[in-house]
Design a protein around this ligand. Structure first.
Ligand code: FES
Length: 109
């Protein structure tokens, strides 16, 4: 039987730590969770197709497949000069247990 477990991670915005407790698939992506829960304006403007890069975050401690970038993500990020593995498009990260214990920092562009 599949048990729904709480997923816990921390978001850092302007130096303030915000604990997040959520469930698998609670939002279509991490971008939507951040946009809604932190009420971020002009965040995730392309609606999550990986093109606008208004959903950029710095990540620490993401595990499993969620730590890997798909093909479009590095292309969009490198156009902005971001090549570090820790810098991600939050719209390309699903809400899964891979986020447990992670630290997600909202990047100020
Ligand atoms: S929402 Fe546009 S790149 Fe993520």
């Amino acid at each position: 039987m599949h048990m729904e477990k709480t997923i816990n991670f921390t978001v850092i915005e302007n130096g303030i730590q915000i604990p997040i407790a959520t469930r698998h698939g609670s939002y279509p992506s991490l971008m939507y969770l951040l946009k809604e829960e932190l009420q971020l304006e002009s965040f995730g403007e392309c609606g999550g197709v990986g093109r606008c890069a208004t959903c950029v975050v710095t990540t620490k401690g993401i595990s499993g497949n969620s730590a890997l970038k798909d093909r479009n993500e590095p292309v969009t990020l490198s156009k902005l000069g971001f090549h570090e593995a820790a810098i991600r498009l939050s719209c390309q990260i699903h809400i899964t247990a891979d986020l447990n214990g992670a630290e997600i920092r909202i990047l100020e562009l």
